[in-house]
Write a protein that binds this ligand. Structure first.
Ligand SMILES: [Zn+2]
Length: 406
């Protein structure tokens, strides 16, 4: 359904019905990207690899996840603009949405099975290839083929070279050190690089979407609520740079995010049978690689565009003797003749008692919404220290202090 954009009235949008987010609106340019072969290939790449052989509902794809991430990226950027109108403009929002849409373009067959299991097996562990780099390359390929650079969105918004650079940087940002490493946007917009793929804290809309979506399809619970994150997110300056900061009372919601992620990983990705099926598919792909040249496709974008989960069926339905061994492995998966489970060893290592998943997240207090803070681990603070004022309370969030002042 084409309609006018309700948020910025700058360009027309199309409405999608998404099983997780309901009715969502995306600008026309995103729809143009969706309607390309490079994006459509994501319809044939399962989000969770071989997990659907354990959880029958888990055969959703990178296609709907990417649309969900584009939507959430836009919603978070708009929420931040409502609080800081001078920091974000329409073009920023459009770029953030495109980065969300394209962040997973480069995934190979069965998602992480391809980059974490198959590629290291055939090209060696020292190989540096990763799907984020392939996303950037496929985005370049798409822009060239469909002349996005010349695409005029309306009289006001037009994608320039620096915007395309900005989009690619957001897809795979480098870790920010002292020197500002990006060319697409200046330092004052540093918080925009934390929306799609947050290399600092790991909290980004990619996670927000896959937690909701994967749990929905698997029949599992996600206790993290991204809507509360959107409500309480602001931009504050910390150590000279603008960061997304969250109200300190919301820290519990973030712990829920990390717990839900851990739980999903343990129940789905690390499930004994998921691992078994992934190993068998990898073995089949390794045996088929000299014939089908799957690993060679990663450097030729025309070929990579056609490389999807369909390679599973291609091997399964083959008849020639050269693919016989690979075919046999995949047939065994269908017949549920899986590799025998011999045993497992638990590797124990001492956990760092001070490890905290929110250690790199910035917060603000209700009474000082412009000041970004870290939540310090002050659980061992003594009452007398506070009373005697021997500790500076300036940089400490009140939620933890209040526990110890009573
Ligand atoms: Zn993703």
């Amino acid at each position: 359904i084409a309609t006018d954009c309700l948020c910025c009235e700058a360009h027309s949008v199309e409405v999608f019905h998404d099983p997780v987010h309901g009715q969502i609106e995306l600008p026309q340019l995103l729809v143009k990207i969706i309607d390309t072969p490079q994006f459509q290939r994501l319809r044939s790449i399962k989000q969770l690899g071989g997990a659907s052989f354990v959880y029958p509902g888990g055969d959703h794809t990178r296609f709907e996840h990417s649309i969900g991430v584009a939507y959430l990226a836009g919603e978070l950027a708009k929420a931040l603009r409502s609080r800081h109108p001078k920091l974000i403009d329409d073009k920023d929002i459009l770029c953030v949405q495109i980065a969300g849409l394209c962040h997973d373009l480069g995934h190979g067959p069965f998602s992480h099975l391809f980059d974490q299991m198959f590629i290291p097996r055939v090209l060696g562990r020292q190989n540096q290839w990763e799907h984020e780099k392939a996303s950037q390359e496929l985005f370049d390929h798409l822009v060239k083929e469909y002349k996005l650079e010349d695409e005029i969105i309306d009289e006001k918004i037009r994608l320039e070279k620096e915007d395309l650079t900005f989009i690619k940087e957001m897809i795979n940002p480098t870790k920010v050190q002292d020197k500002w490493p990006f060319e697409g946007r200046g330092e004052e917009k540093s918080f925009l690089y934390e929306i799609v793929s947050n290399k600092l804290s790991g909290i980004d809309v990619d996670k927000f979407d896959y937690l909701e979506r994967d749990c929905l399809h698997m029949g599992l619970k996600n206790t993290f609520d991204f809507r509360r994150f959107f409500l309480f997110a602001r931009v504050c300056k910390v150590d000279g740079r603008n960061h997304i900061c969250l109200r300190e009372t919301e820290v519990g919601n973030l712990y829920d995010l990390f717990y839900s992620r851990y739980s999903l990983h343990r129940r789905v990705c690390q499930h004994r049978v998921t691992q078994n099926v992934n190993l068998m598919i990898t073995d089949a792909f390794v045996k088929a690689d000299p014939i089908l040249n799957l690993s060679g496709a990663i450097s030729i974008m025309e070929e990579y565009t056609n490389l999807t989960d369909e390679v599973f069926e291609k091997i399964l339905h083959s008849t020639g003797p050269d693919l016989q061994e690979a075919r046999e492995i995949l047939r065994n998966i269908h017949k549920r003749k899986l590799y025998k489970f011999v045993g497992e060893a638990k590797v124990y290592k001492t956990l760092n008692p001070n490890f905290d998943p929110v250690r790199n997240v910035f917060f603000y207090r209700k009474d000082a919404p412009e000041t970004g803070l870290r939540i310090l681990r002050i659980l061992r603070i003594r009452q007398d220290q506070v009373k005697k004022n021997t500790m500076s309370l300036k940089n400490v969030c009140c939620q933890y202090i209040s526990k110890h002042l009573t």
